[in-house]
Design a binder for this molecule. Structure first.
Ligand code: NAP
Length: 355
């Protein structure tokens, strides 16, 4: 049987992506073949295409951090899952394919009846948001939070989980995202027009307890200026390195993949040395997945339950077929996307498929 997958042939812009058709993979011992129903599109995929994400594999590789699908075939020695079962996984790369093979232990069961596109939004975006909020910052009801990129994939997840956690929230966004940010319970701040540090102080008086910052670089330092004493900035991305279809630096390639980390380390150290008890801490889902795999599983199960109870409702910005992966990254890179773009299996009925 043949299947299609997306391949990054070299590090660079949208032209680096190709659709290839080849023989379906066969699961080895301990592996499961999954038919992918929904695969997430996120900023780390642009960074991997350009070669600058720390997790970038050597070319050629298939991108795609997260997926929801149905077990299609099990390899020898697999006993915990059976064909037809809906599952979720975060392989970090490889999800942009019609079929993937994964170790059995990488799979988390998905309850029946969930929309695969909504369920896949939980994997990278909501686990990131949940772990930053409850494991890195350990937020308490009544605290104030500033969420940057508040209309984006992780941003909207932070706002939905922040509301459940009883936080008072402020969210930076462009004007296109302001209505969504208000609807999700935060006060929108236009980062392009306003001096957002001054605006946070004007709105709150003495600042916020926690800032979630995906922008990186000097922006982390400005975020620190909005903190109350004892507050923390959780830094988790380098949005500032991507502009439109490519990189601000225009320097693609894997040798640049740790460039952002060195600067990050400097800022963390400087924040510790200065008085005021205002910390900057890093968050990385892949590091925590490797160090504490049980947390990843536990947190995803919690989030799937919240989705079943409709206590969270991921915003799916667009559902595109796998063959349009290139366009999906172009749309995301241009900005102004509210929520998450998802690549869906064209043949699957969105709601019935994972039932
Ligand atoms: N550390 C981890 O484990 C981890 C996990 C997942 C994601 N991430 C990181 O999280 C970041 C966000 O990913 P995503 O998939 O959620 O991306 P996304 O959907 O593109 O969201 C990013 C948002 O940032 C906004 N934005 C851009 N520049 C901004 C600025 N200067 N100030 C405030 N907002 C700004 C954009 O709004 P407009 O387009 O309207 O300007 C957009 O809504 C990326 O840097 C990614 O690498 C990290």
């Amino acid at each position: 049987m043949k299947h299609k997958r997306i391949v990054v042939t070299r590090y660079g812009g949208p032209d680096a992506l190709q659709v290839v058709e080849e023989q379906c993979p066969t699961p080895s011992r301990g592996e499961v073949r999954v038919k992918v129903l929904a695969a997430g599109v996120s900023l780390p995929d642009i960074m991997a295409r350009e070669g600058i994400h720390p997790e970038t594999p050597p070319v050629p590789f298939t991108p795609g951090w997260d997926l929801v699908g149905v077990v299609d075939q099990v390899g020898p020695g697999v006993s915990g899952v059976e064909p037809g079962q809906a599952v979720a996984a975060m392989p970090i790369h490889g999800a942009w394919a019609e079929y993937v093979t994964l170790p059995e232990e990488a799979l988390v069961p998905v309850p029946p009846g969930l929309d695969p596109a909504e369920a896949v939004s939980l994997v990278l975006n909501y686990i990131t948001a949940y772990q930053m909020m409850h494991r890195s910052a350990a937020v308490k009801p009544g605290q104030r939070a500033l969420v940057h990129g508040a209309a984006g994939g992780v941003g909207t997840a932070l706002l939905q989980l922040g509301r459940l956690a009883g936080l008072e929230m402020y969210g930076t966004c462009s004007p296109r995202g302001a209505e969504t940010v208000s609807r999700l319970g935060a006060t929108p701040i236009d980062y392009g027009r306003e001096d957002w540090v001054a605006e946070v102080h004007r709105l709150t008086g003495d600042g916020v307890d926690v800032v979630f910052d995906p922008i990186g670089g000097n922006h982390l330092w400005e975020s620190r200026q909005t903190l109350r004493p004892g507050g923390v900035v959780v830094g988790y991305g380098l949005r500032s390195s991507v502009r439109g279809d490519g990189l601000v630096s225009q320097r693609s390639g894997r040798r640049h993949r740790f460039g952002g980390a060195a600067r990050f380390a400097l800022l963390i150290a400087a924040a510790r040395l200065l008085p005021g008890r205002k910390r900057i801490v890093p968050y990385s889902i892949q590091t925590l997945l490797r160090m504490r795999p049980q947390w990843f599983r536990q947190d995803l199960v919690t989030l799937l339950e919240l989705l079943q109870q409709r206590k969270v409702a991921p915003l799916v910005a667009e559902r595109l077929p796998l063959a349009e992966a290139r366009q999906a990254l172009e749309v995301l890179g241009r900005g102004g996307v509210t929520g998450k773009i998802v690549l869906v299996d064209g043949a699957a009925s969105p709601r019935a498929a994972a039932a």
